[in-house]
Ligand binder design. Structure first.
Ligand code: ATP
Ligand code: MG
Length: 457
């Protein structure tokens, strides 16, 4: 049996003594004696999570390598048992609420649901009895910039913030190094840090966790993964993804209407997805209006007899119009490499949407076929949306579990959902590589079945 181990305060502070939880669970509705067989009595029932509870990561057994297809990680196709820690409130906690000063920071780009998570962290901290809760404005920058002061948070402040998108605290890229951040945390007296962000932010959070241990500070650092691209390994989904797929429908539908209403209309929609095409794939599957879906994981040719452009010509001849959806990281090989990076050191991608629009116009002009090409990039409209109902629920549970994890004494962890159960994972596991669409997976093949597109090679 393999279970990911997650760092706990007792790893370095052997003298750390737990106290009874200050987070009270509601008592269970009394069970009538007829139905109580085998269940703990109502007095014994408490509903706290046992530290040894675990969640199984892989829940399918393949009878043969051929039925597993690409999903089988093990060539022998045997059962791979891998377990992770179950998230939730513990009966014993390692922080006295009156001694806690909690900080919340949001970094990277915007993503629907940030405010929902902030709100729920604050509300749950208050239920534990924490009085000192602050927001660090504008990402990690808020730890170094003297002009930026911490923002006091309470249930009253956060009550309605989930009704709008964005982040109450603001976001940023780049900023101070880890030792500056920890210096500033010491200055501010922050001993619980909740970090909302992507892979970069989580790398930072793990470094902060390690630096705190090096300095022997009793600090809990907990990450909530924010990636609209849904590219965190092991997790069923990350918050914001569902909203993004839903909101992308509006752009796709507009592109469809435009293309359908024009003579030889072609609609091109660019969607998020730097290294993973999940948004483009799911948005295509959901809409049923996409003829061509292009993602970073699947190479394609634009020109040539099997290229995207000649398929577009075929679509105009047979259907009269066409709609295409392209993930931002797709076809980067067609674009000039600039080596430009943003403040966090991420490579700035070339604009594949604009490139395809231009190449399409050029191609149809050259072959003398009229074509009316329209390009839609809804990226910022999608990122700024408020979370939909399903993401709202996910954010609520993640926010609550982040607080439970910190009080339980864990640090250097990230919260997530695996196989429909909520779990704690060690940060290095969630940032070790981006999860990508497997071109041999059932889902990508379902997408191809739905669009009817050929291989563009
Ligand atoms: P997004 O998905 O929006 O890109 P992200 O968290 O990856 O989110 P970044 O801009 O890459 O966004 O990083 C956010 C913050 O994390 C920045 O302030 C950056 O300085 C810091 N950071 C990035 N990589 C590291 C790293 N390896 N170690 C420490 N800090 C890092
Ligand atoms: Mg990133």
């Amino acid at each position: 049996e393999k279970r990911f181990s997650i760092p706990h305060i007792t790893d370095i502070f052997e003298d750390a003594v737990p106290i009874p939880s200050t987070f009270c669970l509601r008592s269970r509705t009394p069970v009538s004696e007829d139905f109580a067989d085998g269940y703990p009595s109502d007095e014994k029932w408490h509903g706290y999570i046992n530290n040894n509870d675990r969640v199984l990561l892989k829940v399918i057994h393949y009878s043969s390598p051929t039925s597993a297809g690409a999903e089988c990680v093990d060539p022998a196709c045997t059962w791979v048992e891998q377990w992770v820690h179950r998230a939730g409130p513990r009966e014993e906690i390692y922080f006295k609420p009156e001694e806690v000063k909690a900080g919340i920071v949001t970094c990277g780009g915007l993503c629907p649901g940030l405010n929902d998570v902030i709100r729920q962290i604050v509300i749950t901290l208050e239920i534990y009895g924490v009085k000192k809760i602050v927001g660090i404005p504008f990402g990690y920058r808020g730890f170094s910039d003297e002009e930026i002061t911490e923002m006091p948070l309470s249930r009253k402040v956060v009550q309605n913030i989930h009704l709008s998108g964005g982040s109450l605290l603001g976001v940023s890229r780049g900023g101070p190094n880890v030792s500056e951040i920890v210096d500033n945390m010491e200055e501010k007296g922050i001993n619980m840090l909740f970090v909302l962000g992507g892979n970069g932010t989580h790398a930072g959070a793990n470094a902060i966790h390690n630096e705190c241990r090096k300095r022997r500070l009793r600090v809990a650092v907990v990450g909530v993964p924010k990636t609209i691209d849904n590219d965190i390994p092991l997790m069923d989904k990350t918050f914001g993804f569902d909203t993004a797929v839903e909101e992308a429908q509006r752009a796709i539908n507009s592109a469809y209407i435009e293309a359908h209403s024009a003579y030889h209309g072609i609609g091109v929609v660019k969607l998020m997805g730097r290294s993973s095409g999940f948004i483009a794939m799911y948005a295509s599957l959901a809409s049923g209006q996409i003829d061509i879906c292009l993602i970073p994981e699947v190479p394609f040719h634009l020109h040539g007899p099997h290229g995207v452009l000649s398929h577009l010509k075929y679509l105009l001849e047979t259907k009269g119009s066409a709609v295409m959806c392209v993930a931002e990281g797709a076809g980067q090989n067609f674009l000039q490499k600039t080596n430009a990076t943003d403040a966090s050191g991420n490579i700035i991608l070339g604009d594949i949407g604009v490139h395809i629009q231009q190449e399409t116009k050029k191609y149809f002009k050259e072959i003398g076929v009229p074509a009316d090409v329209k390009y839609i990039d809804p990226t910022y409209m999608i990122r700024a949306c408020r979370a939909n109902a399903s993401d709202g629920i996910l954010c609520t549970v993640l926010g609550q579990n982040a607080v439970h994890g910190a009080f339980a004494g864990y640090s250097g962890i990230s919260v997530g959902i695996c196989n429909t159960h909520y779990v704690y994972l060690p940060i290095p596991e969630v940032i070790s590589y981006p999860r990508v669409v497997d071109p041999n997976s059932r889902m990508w093949h379902r997408c191809l079945t739905s669009t009817g597109q050929p291989d563009f090679l």
